[in-house]
Design a protein around this ligand. Structure first.
Ligand code: ZN
Length: 679
C-alpha cells in the first residue's frame, strides 16, 4: 500500500524549497511563453492555497484520445460523493447543506459570522469532508451553532440534531483516522469504513478467519466494502458495487466507462476497462486483481487513468480503499529524460545496501512515465499526489510489474506558483540556501523518480511472509514510504546518477539531503498543532528517517545541531557518512518488511517518528508565522467540454481552466452527485 507521493509529503520536492513551497523561486519552465500569462494561484484561505494547472499538448491529441479523456474523467467524477461518505458518515448531508446555504440563503451575506461560514465551507470542500485532509483533525466552525441554524432555516434546509452535534461538539468524532497506538484504532477513528460499535479486535478476527495465509495470490480483503454488524449480530461486509453500497454512483461511472471502452486506444486498454466494469458490477475481489494485472499490461496507450478504491491511507487498519480518479496523458519528451533510471532498475537493485536475500533477482516490468494530468476526483482532488506507483498488491508487482507516474504539469504548477521562500527562515547558512536555489527543483524531480521507480519496486519478501502489511499493521504505510525515501536518498549521492546523465554533479544530492533533514526535523512541524504528536504516515516517516540518522551520526558529528539567537538549525557536516547511515537504515527497514518483523517496525516508528520536542515545535511555529505561503495546496480542475454537431456527434473536446474554486465545488455538487443521503 501507499505507493503514492503526496505533494505536501514529498519529501524532496517541496522540501527542496526548505519546506512546503516548491523548490526554487520560480523555476523557469520549458514553455514559459504560454505559462507567463497563466494565473497559477486562485486564492488562499486558512492553511490552504488553491492553484490551477494547465494541460500542455491537449490540442495535439486525436479526437478519439480527447473523447477517452472526457469519458474517463466523467466516470471518475461520478464517484465523487463516495469519498465524502467514506470519510465520515455525515459528510454528504453537511456538504449539501453548505451548498444550499451558499446558493439560496436570502439573509445578510456579510459580516464576521458569514465570512467564518464561507471559510468553513471551503475547508470542507477542500478536504472532502469535515476533517482536515492531512492532519485528520475535525474542522471546528468559527461561528456558533445558533447562527448556523439561522442560515439553515433561511435556506430551507434541515439537519438532524446528531449531525449538528457532530459539526459543533469538538469531542465527537474528533479524528478522521487515529493512529494513536494506545487506543482502539477503529473505534477512535471517525472514518466511515466500519459500523459505529465495531472494535479493532473484531475486525482482526473477521479477516483472520478469511485470509488464506498460504495463498500465493492473496486477495485484497476489505478493499471495497464497509464492515457492519448484521441483523444477527455477526459482522458482514457491505460491498461497493452496482446494486450494493454506493451502487447508484458506480452505475453512473459504469455508463461512462462503457463509452470509454468504445474509444479505447489498444486491445490491452479495452480489456482492462472491461475488467474494471466487471469489478464495479460484481464487487468481486478476483476481478479487481484481474483488472490490475490487465492495467499493468496496458503500457502503450497515450491516455491512462487511476480509478477505483485504491489507496488505504484512510483506514487505520490499512484495508479499505478510498475512492479516487486521475486521468492522465503521456508526456513522451519528459519521459525520455528520466527513462534511463527505469532502464537501470536492475543495477540499482544489485548495488543497493540490502541484505543479499532481500534483493530482487529480476526486477520486472517497472514502467515509468512523466504524464500530464487532465482531471482528478475523489481522494486525488483538490489535494493531489505528484507521483503514483500502482498496483498495491505485492504479488502483482512481483509477478507482473507496476506502473509509476510523475504528474509533470502538477509539478510545474507548484514551481510556477511558488510564493515566499522558507529558505531564509530554516536554512543553516547561505551556501545551503544557494544549493537549494540552484539544484532544488531537479533534486525534487529525481527524488520522486527514484522513490517511485526504484524505491517501491525494490526488495523482496522472505518465503512464507505473505502480505507484510498484515503484520506491520498501522505501521505498514509509514515503513513503506520511509523505505522508498531511503532508496531515493541513498542513490541521490551516487556518482552513477551523474554517469547516467540525469544530474550534473553530486551537489544535487547534497541539496536533497539538506532539504530532507531540514524538513524532517524542523519545517514539517509547522503542519502540526501545538501539543500534538505526529500521526500522519508520511510525516512520521520523514521524521523517523531524519531523527534516526541524526542520532546515529551524532558521535561523529555527521549532522550538527546549531542554536543561533534562539533558533535551531541542523547542518550536515559529512554527506558521505550520512549516505552510509541512510544505507544502514534502508537495510534494516527492508529486513523488517521482508521478515514481517512487526515489533521492530513499531519500535522504530514509535521511537523516532511519533513524538516531537515541544520546545522545538513551538519555536518552529513561531518562525513559520513569518512565512506567508500556506503549507498545503490543491487544485481547481480543468473542464473538458464536448463540442457536438447537429446530429449530436462529438466533433471536438475543448478544455477550459476555471478560476473560481467555490463555483467548481458547487458545480460538482449539482452535476456530479449520484448518492442519496445515507445515514
Ligand atoms: Zn511512496
Amino acid at each position: 500500500m501507499m505507493r503514492r507521493f503526496l505533494v505536501p509529503v514529498i519529501a524532496s520536492y517541496l522540501f527542496s524549497a526548505c519546506g512546503e513551497g516548491p523548490a526554487t523561486e520560480k523555476t523557469p519552465t520549458a514553455d514559459s511563453t504560454t505559462t507567463e500569462a497563466f494565473q497559477w494561484e486562485a486564492e488562499q484561505f486558512a492553511d490552504i492555497r488553491i492553484l490551477r494547472y494547465q494541460v500542455p499538448g491537449w490540442e495535439q491529441l486525436s479526437l478519439q484520445q480527447k473523447k477517452l479523456c472526457y469519458y474517463l474523467n466523467m466516470a471518475g467524477l461520478a464517484g465523487r460523493d463516495i469519498l465524502y461518505d467514506q470519510n465520515y458518515k455525515y459528510n454528504l448531508r453537511i456538504r449539501r447543506a453548505l451548498e444550499r446555504i451558499i446558493k439560496d440563503y436570502k439573509g445578510e451575506r456579510t459580516g464576521a459570522d458569514w465570512d467564518a461560514f464561507v471559510l468553513y465551507a471551503k475547508q470542507v470542500f477542500f478536504s472532502n469532508g469535515i476533517h482536515h485532509h492531512y492532519s485528520n483533525d475535525k474542522h471546528l466552525p468559527a461561528f456558533g451553532q445558533s447562527y448556523f441554524e439561522q442560515l439553515l432555516s433561511g435556506s430551507g434546509v434541515q439537519l438532524a440534531p446528531e449531525v449538528l452535534t457532530a459539526m459543533f461538539d469538538p469531542t465527537i468524532d474528533a479524528k478522521k483516522v487515529s493512529l494513536d497506538a494506545d487506543k482502539d484504532l477503529v473505534l477512535a477513528s471517525a472514518v466511515n469504513f466500519y459500523g459505529d460499535d465495531i472494535s479493532e479486535k473484531e475486525v482482526d478476527a473477521f479477516y483472520a478467519a478469511r485470509v488464506d495465509k498460504k495463498a500465493t495470490e492473496p486477495l485484497s480483503y476489505g478493499i471495497n466494502s464497509k464492515l457492519v454488524r448484521g441483523p444477527d449480530g455477526q459482522l458482514m461486509e457491505q460491498v461497493y458495487k452496482v446494486g450494493g453500497l454506493y451502487g447508484t454512483a458506480l452505475e453512473e461511472s459504469v455508463k461512462w466507462l462503457e463509452k470509454a471502452i468504445g474509444v479505447a486506444e489498444t486491445p490491452e486498454q479495452r480489456t482492462a476497462l472491461e475488467l474494471l466494469v466487471k469489478y464495479y458490477r460484481t464487487g468481486d475481489l478476483k476481478a479487481w486483481d484481474d483488472f490490475n494485472v490487465a492495467w499493468v499490461k496496458d503500457t502503450k496507450s497515450t491516455v491512462d487513468y487511476i480509478l477505483g478504491f485504491v489507496e488505504v491511507y484512510n483506514d487505520p487498519l490499512g484495508k479499505r480503499g478510498s475512492y479516487e480518479s486521475i486521468v492522465e496523458v503521456n508526456d513522451p519528451e519528459a519521459t525520455r529524460n528520466m527513462s534511463v533510471i527505469m532502464e537501470n532498475a536492475q543495477w540499482f537493485e544489485d548495488n543497493s545496501p540490502l541484505l543479499p536475500e532481500h534483493k530482487k533477482k529480476n526486477v520486472v516490468g517497472i514502467t515509468y512515465r512523466f504524464i500530464n494530468t487532465v482531471g482528478e476526483a475523489g481522494d486525488a482532488a483538490p489535494s493531489t499526489p505528484i507521483g503514483v506507483n500502482l498496483p498495491n498488491a505485492d504479488w502483482i508487482r512481483a509477478a507482473h510489474g507496476s506502473k509509476s507516474v510523475s504528474l509533470g504539469n502538477i509539478t510545474d504548477a507548484y514551481d510556477n506558483s511558488s510564493g515566499t521562500s522558507t529558505l531564509e527562515v530554516f536554512c543553516h547558512d547561505p551556501q545551503e540556501i544557494e544549493l537549494a536555489k540552484q539544484h532544488g527543483a531537479l533534486a525534487g524531480k529525481l527524488h520522486t523518480a527514484l522513490h517511485e521507480v526504484v524505491g517501491h519496486a525494490s526488495g523482496q519478501l522472505e518465503p512464507g511472509v505473505g502480505e507484510p502489511d498484515a503484520t506491520l499493521k498501522s505501521y505498514a504505510s509509514t515503513l513503506e514510504e520511509g523505505r522508498a525515501d531511503l532508496v531515493a536518498l541513498y542513490y541521490l549521492l551516487d556518482p552513477k546518477l551523474v554517469e547516467l546523465g540525469v544530474m550534473p554533479s553530486l551537489e544535487v544530492g547534497k541539496a536533497e539531503y539538506d532539504s530532507y533533514i531540514r524538513n524532517g526535523l524542523l519545517v514539517q512541524l509547522r503542519r502540526l498543532k501545538e501539543g500534538k504528536n505526529i500521526e500522519e504516515a508520511h510525516m512520521r516517516n520523514r521524521q523517523w528517517v531524519s531523527a534516526w540518522a541524526y542520532e546515529k551520526g551524532r558521535a561523529d558529528s555527521v549532522i550538527v545541531k546549531v542554536v543561533r539567537d534562539g533558533h535551531t538549525f541542523y547542518d550536515i557536516r559529512d554527506y558521505e557518512a550520512l549516505r552510509g547511515l541512510f544505507g544502514d537504515l534502508l537495510r534494516e527497514v527492508q529486513r523488517i518488511k521482508s521478515q514481517g518483523d512487526g515489533a521492530a517496525g513499531k519500535a522504530l516508528v514509535e521511537t523516532y517518528g511519533v513524538k516531537v520536542d515541544p520546545a522545538i515545535h513551538k519555536e518552529v511555529l513561531e518562525r513559520a508565522a513569518a512565512i506567508k505561503t500556506a503549507p498545503y495546496a490543491g487544485f481547481i480542475q480543468p473542464v473538458m467540454i464536448p463540442v457536438e454537431d447537429a446530429k449530436g456527434e462529438i466533433t471536438d473536446v475543448r478544455i477550459e481552466y476555471p478560476t473560481d474554486f467555490v463555483k467548481q465545488m458547487l458545480h460538482y455538487g449539482e452535476k456530479h452527485s449520484f448518492l442519496p443521503d445515507v445515514n
